[in-house]
Design a protein around this ligand. Structure first.
Ligand SMILES: [Zn+2]
Ligand SMILES: [Zn+2]
Length: 332
């Protein structure tokens, strides 16, 4: 199979032929139709994650099952599936026993068996979720990291009908968060540092585009304040500032890998009984929910399509902040 192999960190990924993988017990072999590129892949490129070359990245893969390993039940050859980051846990720890594999210290991911930047990949069957027929695999791919992350973030905010929802940072994650909040009937305020994106963002369903300026919290207060902030920015400073834009009992859900400690004033936290919520890809039901929203056309990932052979250029484009809003690659 053809694959984009990371042979060393901070060096171009090598497009080369590799032996076809075979699925072990509890695994499936997937013929990849689409593979999204996430900001985390840039961290992989720099060697910031606990994995070692040679490895094939890509944790937003979608494709058809070509072969089942021993003991796989439910999934069938020909099914279109996507694979989540966590594919399985040890099965024995308290987290696994309570169905919370995301907390398993021995969880398996693409880092052990290879990701979707290839023609074929093997994955734990438990990490696969069926993609609704009729949904373009290239549109489904970004849902397996970006979409799952923001759907869980939205649910972790414990939103109530009528809540005003702000989305901080309108990129790969944020552009989906705007659409989710809009689909759920909220008034949506999109907070961006790029006035040039305003028309695009309104088209996604934002009722108001708030220009962050040098203080997104102040900008949100001037816009009347919000009950929920879905934060996808990488800036710890912006997160701390945006917190001040919450109304009493508001919740800020942080989904970005921010660049340092988040500072929040004690009085702002206490007196308003506000919450800072950490969030990651949580329940499998969130993954299914975002797939259903996409299949219904209520959330449509805005993607740029590339052949896998352009993987290095795609990564550079992502680093330069030029991608609108997710890049998806297809083999051949
Ligand atoms: Zn990701
Ligand atoms: Zn476990």
């Amino acid at each position: 199979m053809r694959a984009a192999v990371i042979k060393e960190f901070n060096a171009p990924w090598a497009l080369q032929d590799m032996p076809d993988p075979t699925p072990g017990p509890g695994e499936v072999l997937i013929r990849i139709e689409a593979s999204g590129m996430c900001g985390t892949d840039v961290h992989v490129h720099h060697g910031y994650l606990p994995c070692k070359p040679p490895l094939v990245a890509g944790h937003e893969p979608v494709g058809r099952i070509e072969e089942l390993g021993a003991g796989v039940r439910g999934l069938r050859v020909g099914d279109r599936v996507g694979v989540s980051w966590v594919q399985k846990g040890c099965g024995r720890c308290r987290a696994c026993q309570t169905g919370r594999e995301l907390y398993c210290p021995e969880q398996q991911s693409w880092m052990q068996s290879g990701g979707g930047n290839a023609e074929l990949m093997v994955a734990g069957a438990d990490g696969c979720t069926l993609v609704p027929e009729g949904l373009d695999p290239a549109l489904a791919a970004p849902l397996f990291c970006a979409g799952f992350t923001v759907m869980s973030g939205y649910r972790n905010a414990e939103p109530r009908p009528g809540d005003r929802v702000a989305v901080l940072g309108i990129g790969g994650l944020g552009h989906l968060a705007v659409q989710i909040a809009h689909a759920m009937g909220h008034e949506v305020l999109a907070v961006t540092g790029s006035p040039g994106k305003a028309d695009e963002i309104r088209a996604l369903g934002a009722d108001e585009v708030v220009i962050a300026g040098d203080d997104p919290g102040k900008a949100l207060l001037e816009a009347g304040g919000v009950n929920v902030i879905l934060s996808t920015t990488n800036s710890a400073r912006q997160v701390g500032q945006a917190f001040e834009g919450l109304l009493p009992e508001g919740r800020l859900v942080n989904m970005g890998v921010v660049d340092g400690p988040i500072q929040i004033a004690a009085f702002s936290l206490m007196m308003g009984q506000r919450k800072l919520v950490g969030s990651t890809q949580n329940r499998r039901a969130d993954m299914v929910e975002i797939l259903e929203l996409a299949a219904a056309g209520k959330v449509v990932p805005q993607i740029e399509r590339y052949p896998l052979s352009e993987v290095n250029a795609v990564r550079e484009r992502l680093v330069e902040g030029k991608v609108r809003f997710r890049a998806v690659m297809t083999p051949n």
